[in-house]
Design a protein around this ligand. Structure first.
Ligand code: MF3
Ligand code: CO
Length: 258
Protein backbone atom coordinates (compact mmCIF):
# COMPACT_ATOMS: atom_id res chain seq x y z
CA UNK A 1 0.00 0.00 0.00
CA UNK A 2 1.17 3.51 -0.64
CA UNK A 3 2.00 5.41 2.55
CA UNK A 4 -0.63 7.69 4.08
CA UNK A 5 1.98 10.18 5.26
CA UNK A 6 4.72 11.99 3.39
CA UNK A 7 7.90 9.91 3.05
CA UNK A 8 11.10 11.92 2.84
CA UNK A 9 13.74 10.56 0.46
CA UNK A 10 17.44 10.22 1.28
CA UNK A 11 20.13 11.42 -1.15
CA UNK A 12 20.56 7.77 -2.13
CA UNK A 13 16.82 7.40 -2.81
CA UNK A 14 16.87 10.54 -4.94
CA UNK A 15 19.86 9.24 -6.91
CA UNK A 16 17.83 6.09 -7.69
CA UNK A 17 14.79 8.15 -8.65
CA UNK A 18 17.02 10.17 -10.97
CA UNK A 19 18.01 6.97 -12.77
CA UNK A 20 14.34 6.09 -13.21
CA UNK A 21 13.67 9.67 -14.31
CA UNK A 22 16.23 9.43 -17.10
CA UNK A 23 14.49 6.30 -18.41
CA UNK A 24 11.21 8.24 -18.38
CA UNK A 25 12.88 11.04 -20.38
CA UNK A 26 14.24 8.49 -22.89
CA UNK A 27 10.80 6.94 -23.34
CA UNK A 28 9.15 10.34 -23.86
CA UNK A 29 11.89 11.38 -26.32
CA UNK A 30 11.25 8.23 -28.38
CA UNK A 31 7.48 8.73 -28.35
CA UNK A 32 7.79 12.44 -29.14
CA UNK A 33 9.97 11.69 -32.18
CA UNK A 34 7.21 9.38 -33.47
CA UNK A 35 4.36 11.90 -33.09
CA UNK A 36 3.72 12.53 -36.78
CA UNK A 37 0.58 12.53 -38.93
CA UNK A 38 -0.59 8.98 -39.73
CA UNK A 39 0.73 7.32 -36.56
CA UNK A 40 -1.79 5.63 -34.24
CA UNK A 41 -1.68 6.20 -30.52
CA UNK A 42 -1.36 2.41 -30.11
CA UNK A 43 1.90 2.51 -32.11
CA UNK A 44 3.14 5.19 -29.69
CA UNK A 45 2.31 2.84 -26.80
CA UNK A 46 4.34 0.06 -28.45
CA UNK A 47 7.35 2.37 -28.84
CA UNK A 48 7.13 3.34 -25.16
CA UNK A 49 6.83 -0.30 -24.12
CA UNK A 50 9.90 -1.27 -26.13
CA UNK A 51 12.15 1.51 -24.77
CA UNK A 52 10.93 0.88 -21.21
CA UNK A 53 11.48 -2.89 -21.43
CA UNK A 54 14.98 -2.52 -22.93
CA UNK A 55 15.87 -0.26 -19.97
CA UNK A 56 14.76 -2.99 -17.52
CA UNK A 57 11.92 -0.88 -16.15
CA UNK A 58 8.29 -1.84 -15.45
CA UNK A 59 5.17 0.18 -16.18
CA UNK A 60 3.48 2.14 -13.41
CA UNK A 61 0.30 2.47 -15.51
CA UNK A 62 -0.37 -1.00 -16.96
CA UNK A 63 -2.93 -2.71 -14.72
CA UNK A 64 -3.20 0.29 -12.41
CA UNK A 65 -6.72 0.22 -10.91
CA UNK A 66 -7.42 2.82 -8.22
CA UNK A 67 -10.64 2.54 -6.16
CA UNK A 68 -12.78 0.26 -8.33
CA UNK A 69 -11.74 1.65 -11.71
CA UNK A 70 -11.02 -0.75 -14.56
CA UNK A 71 -7.31 -1.62 -14.80
CA UNK A 72 -5.49 0.86 -17.04
CA UNK A 73 -4.72 -1.09 -20.25
CA UNK A 74 -1.51 0.54 -21.58
CA UNK A 75 1.91 1.91 -20.58
CA UNK A 76 1.27 5.50 -21.70
CA UNK A 77 -1.67 7.88 -21.72
CA UNK A 78 -2.30 9.54 -25.10
CA UNK A 79 -4.54 12.59 -24.79
CA UNK A 80 -5.37 14.18 -28.15
CA UNK A 81 -6.81 17.73 -28.48
CA UNK A 82 -9.86 18.02 -26.15
CA UNK A 83 -8.69 15.03 -24.09
CA UNK A 84 -7.22 16.51 -20.91
CA UNK A 85 -5.60 13.39 -19.41
CA UNK A 86 -5.80 9.57 -19.31
CA UNK A 87 -6.55 9.03 -23.01
CA UNK A 88 -6.16 5.31 -23.79
CA UNK A 89 -3.95 4.36 -26.78
CA UNK A 90 -5.95 2.93 -29.68
CA UNK A 91 -5.29 1.56 -33.16
CA UNK A 92 -8.21 3.68 -34.36
CA UNK A 93 -6.87 7.03 -33.11
CA UNK A 94 -4.58 8.29 -35.90
CA UNK A 95 -2.66 11.55 -35.44
CA UNK A 96 -3.40 14.32 -37.92
CA UNK A 97 -1.52 17.49 -38.79
CA UNK A 98 -2.68 20.21 -36.38
CA UNK A 99 -3.38 17.90 -33.44
CA UNK A 100 -1.80 18.31 -30.04
CA UNK A 101 -1.13 15.19 -28.00
CA UNK A 102 -0.37 14.77 -24.32
CA UNK A 103 1.90 11.81 -23.59
CA UNK A 104 2.08 10.67 -19.96
CA UNK A 105 4.46 7.93 -18.78
CA UNK A 106 5.68 6.56 -15.46
CA UNK A 107 7.75 3.48 -14.62
CA UNK A 108 9.57 1.70 -11.80
CA UNK A 109 13.26 0.81 -11.75
CA UNK A 110 15.34 -0.23 -8.70
CA UNK A 111 12.32 0.19 -6.44
CA UNK A 112 11.52 3.79 -7.36
CA UNK A 113 9.01 5.45 -9.64
CA UNK A 114 9.31 8.55 -11.85
CA UNK A 115 6.43 10.21 -13.72
CA UNK A 116 6.40 12.81 -16.50
CA UNK A 117 4.19 14.12 -19.29
CA UNK A 118 4.56 16.39 -22.33
CA UNK A 119 2.14 17.94 -24.80
CA UNK A 120 3.50 17.70 -28.33
CA UNK A 121 2.38 19.45 -31.53
CA UNK A 122 1.72 17.28 -34.58
CA UNK A 123 3.08 19.23 -37.56
CA UNK A 124 1.75 22.76 -37.89
CA UNK A 125 -0.74 23.72 -35.19
CA UNK A 126 -3.06 26.68 -34.61
CA UNK A 127 -1.89 29.83 -32.87
CA UNK A 128 -4.24 29.04 -29.96
CA UNK A 129 -2.76 25.55 -29.58
CA UNK A 130 0.77 26.96 -29.66
CA UNK A 131 -0.03 29.50 -26.94
CA UNK A 132 -1.81 26.89 -24.83
CA UNK A 133 1.19 24.55 -24.89
CA UNK A 134 3.63 27.39 -24.22
CA UNK A 135 1.68 28.79 -21.26
CA UNK A 136 1.21 25.30 -19.79
CA UNK A 137 4.95 24.58 -20.05
CA UNK A 138 5.80 27.98 -18.53
CA UNK A 139 3.40 27.34 -15.65
CA UNK A 140 5.26 24.12 -14.84
CA UNK A 141 8.62 25.92 -14.90
CA UNK A 142 7.28 28.53 -12.47
CA UNK A 143 5.98 25.78 -10.21
CA UNK A 144 9.35 23.98 -10.30
CA UNK A 145 11.13 27.21 -9.33
CA UNK A 146 9.23 27.45 -6.03
CA UNK A 147 10.10 23.85 -5.00
CA UNK A 148 12.45 25.14 -2.32
CA UNK A 149 12.79 24.04 1.33
CA UNK A 150 10.69 26.32 3.53
CA UNK A 151 8.20 27.36 0.85
CA UNK A 152 4.58 26.20 1.09
CA UNK A 153 2.66 23.61 -0.91
CA UNK A 154 0.18 26.16 -2.29
CA UNK A 155 3.05 28.26 -3.64
CA UNK A 156 3.16 25.59 -6.36
CA UNK A 157 -0.54 25.89 -7.21
CA UNK A 158 -0.32 29.66 -7.04
CA UNK A 159 2.58 29.67 -9.51
CA UNK A 160 0.57 27.58 -11.98
CA UNK A 161 -2.78 29.31 -11.54
CA UNK A 162 -1.51 32.89 -11.68
CA UNK A 163 0.41 32.31 -14.90
CA UNK A 164 -2.36 30.35 -16.64
CA UNK A 165 -5.13 32.80 -15.74
CA UNK A 166 -3.02 35.82 -16.70
CA UNK A 167 -3.02 34.39 -20.22
CA UNK A 168 -6.78 33.76 -20.30
CA UNK A 169 -6.67 29.98 -19.97
CA UNK A 170 -8.20 27.74 -17.25
CA UNK A 171 -6.63 25.38 -14.73
CA UNK A 172 -8.37 21.99 -14.45
CA UNK A 173 -8.99 21.36 -10.74
CA UNK A 174 -10.52 17.85 -10.93
CA UNK A 175 -7.03 16.30 -10.83
CA UNK A 176 -3.84 17.13 -8.94
CA UNK A 177 -0.17 16.25 -8.87
CA UNK A 178 1.17 14.01 -6.11
CA UNK A 179 4.08 12.90 -4.02
CA UNK A 180 6.13 10.14 -5.66
CA UNK A 181 8.77 7.65 -4.54
CA UNK A 182 8.49 3.90 -3.98
CA UNK A 183 4.92 4.37 -5.23
CA UNK A 184 3.60 6.45 -8.13
CA UNK A 185 0.99 8.13 -5.96
CA UNK A 186 2.12 9.22 -2.52
CA UNK A 187 1.11 12.06 -0.22
CA UNK A 188 0.68 14.96 -0.55
CA UNK A 189 -1.76 15.86 -3.32
CA UNK A 190 -0.23 18.77 -5.25
CA UNK A 191 -3.03 21.06 -6.49
CA UNK A 192 -2.53 23.33 -9.49
CA UNK A 193 -4.33 26.21 -7.76
CA UNK A 194 -3.65 27.89 -4.45
CA UNK A 195 -2.75 30.90 -2.37
CA UNK A 196 0.82 31.97 -1.82
CA UNK A 197 2.06 31.13 1.70
CA UNK A 198 -0.65 28.51 2.38
CA UNK A 199 -0.43 24.75 2.90
CA UNK A 200 2.21 22.47 4.35
CA UNK A 201 5.85 23.46 4.44
CA UNK A 202 8.04 22.01 1.68
CA UNK A 203 11.03 20.11 3.05
CA UNK A 204 14.30 18.75 1.74
CA UNK A 205 13.73 15.13 0.70
CA UNK A 206 10.19 15.61 -0.59
CA UNK A 207 9.70 14.52 -4.20
CA UNK A 208 6.64 15.86 -6.00
CA UNK A 209 5.10 15.09 -9.39
CA UNK A 210 3.80 18.46 -10.55
CA UNK A 211 1.34 18.26 -13.43
CA UNK A 212 -0.61 21.30 -14.60
CA UNK A 213 -3.65 20.54 -16.79
CA UNK A 214 -4.83 23.61 -18.71
CA UNK A 215 -7.79 24.23 -21.02
CA UNK A 216 -8.44 26.92 -23.60
CA UNK A 217 -12.07 27.27 -22.44
CA UNK A 218 -13.90 26.19 -19.29
CA UNK A 219 -12.06 24.04 -16.73
CA UNK A 220 -15.00 21.59 -16.55
CA UNK A 221 -14.25 18.01 -17.57
CA UNK A 222 -16.22 14.88 -18.34
CA UNK A 223 -15.05 11.29 -18.10
CA UNK A 224 -15.98 8.98 -20.99
CA UNK A 225 -17.63 5.54 -20.66
CA UNK A 226 -14.20 3.86 -20.59
CA UNK A 227 -13.95 5.44 -17.08
CA UNK A 228 -10.48 6.87 -17.84
CA UNK A 229 -10.57 9.38 -20.70
CA UNK A 230 -11.09 12.89 -19.29
CA UNK A 231 -12.22 15.44 -21.91
CA UNK A 232 -12.96 19.14 -21.67
CA UNK A 233 -16.75 19.49 -21.27
CA UNK A 234 -16.84 22.24 -23.92
CA UNK A 235 -14.64 20.36 -26.40
CA UNK A 236 -11.92 23.03 -26.38
CA UNK A 237 -8.22 22.14 -26.46
CA UNK A 238 -6.36 20.96 -23.36
CA UNK A 239 -2.67 20.58 -22.50
CA UNK A 240 -0.88 18.63 -19.73
CA UNK A 241 2.79 18.59 -18.72
CA UNK A 242 4.48 16.93 -15.75
CA UNK A 243 7.85 16.53 -14.07
CA UNK A 244 8.95 14.67 -10.96
CA UNK A 245 10.87 17.20 -8.84
CA UNK A 246 13.03 16.65 -5.75
CA UNK A 247 13.38 19.38 -3.13
CA UNK A 248 17.08 19.38 -2.21
CA UNK A 249 19.55 21.51 -0.26
CA UNK A 250 20.69 22.80 -3.68
CA UNK A 251 17.12 23.74 -4.68
CA UNK A 252 14.68 22.07 -7.08
CA UNK A 253 16.06 19.05 -8.95
CA UNK A 254 14.04 17.94 -11.97
CA UNK A 255 14.43 14.16 -12.10
CA UNK A 256 12.69 13.57 -15.42
CA UNK A 257 14.73 15.64 -17.86
CA UNK A 258 18.39 15.72 -18.98
N1 MF3 B 1 0.66 10.57 -14.53
C1 MF3 B 1 -0.73 10.32 -14.21
C2 MF3 B 1 -0.92 10.47 -12.72
O1 MF3 B 1 -0.02 10.84 -12.08
C3 MF3 B 1 -1.26 9.12 -14.87
C4 MF3 B 1 -1.70 7.99 -14.03
S1 MF3 B 1 -3.14 7.28 -14.58
C5 MF3 B 1 -2.77 5.76 -15.22
O2 MF3 B 1 -1.96 10.29 -12.15
F1 MF3 B 1 -3.73 4.99 -15.12
F2 MF3 B 1 -2.43 5.88 -16.44
F3 MF3 B 1 -1.81 5.21 -14.55
CO1 CO C 1 1.48 12.01 -12.21
Amino acid sequence: MSPLSITLKSAEDIAKMRRTGLIVADVLDAVEAACRPGVSTWELNEIANEVMTKAGATSAFLGYAPHGMPPYPAVICTSVNEVVVHGIPSKSVILEEGDIIGIDFACYKNGFCADSARTIPVGNISEEARRLIQVTRESLERAIAVCVHGNRLEDIGHAVQSHVEKHGFSVVTSFSGHGIGRFMHEMPAVPNVGQRGQGLRLKRGMVLAIEPMVTAGSEDIEVLDDEWTAVSADGRLAAHVEHSVAITAQGPMVLTRR
